[in-house]
Write a protein that binds this ligand. Structure first.
Ligand code: CO
Length: 136
């Protein structure tokens, strides 16, 4: 079952400007910054209560986030729910007929285990499942 909102993913065209807005104007602490080559992004995590904001800056135009920016411009990109066991949830959701992007979990930001559900089966919302790494 889904336990909490782990983070909201936001696609940004200007990462430094977005960091400035979220840290200086909104006052959120920047807690992690990482280039995730596999996903074609530089990602920044900011703490907000028990959850995070994840800023996503594409490494190039041919990456998923690069294509998203081209098509829709900067803005809300995905919602990520925290779950106890991503692999088990994928099996359960598949049984429920939910369309998956990832059939098996992959490594996400900060060593987390993640998988994406297809927006076509999730109310047009790109949806991510996350099990944070130990200690996060
Ligand atoms: Co995410």
């Amino acid at each position: 079952m889904f336990e909490a909102i782990d983070h909201i993913g936001i696609a940004v065209a200007d990462l430094e400007a977005a960091i400035h807005l979220h840290t200086k104007t909104y006052g959120l602490p920047l807690v992690h910054r990482e280039v995730v080559e596999e996903q074609g992004v530089e990602a920044v995590l900011l703490d907000i209560g028990e959850s995070h904001i994840e800023l996503l800056s594409p490494l190039g135009p041919d990456t998923p986030v690069g294509k998203f920016l081209e098509k829709k411009g900067p803005g809300l990109h995905h919602v990520a729910y925290r779950v106890d066991d991503v692999a088990a949830e994928l099996v359960r959701l598949k049984t429920e007929g939910v369309r998956l992007i990832d059939e098996t979990p992959r490594v996400g930001i900060r060593g987390s285990s993640v998988a994406f559900l297809h927006p076509a089966g999730s109310g047009s919302v790109l949806t991510e499942l996350v099990t944070p790494a130990e200690g996060h």
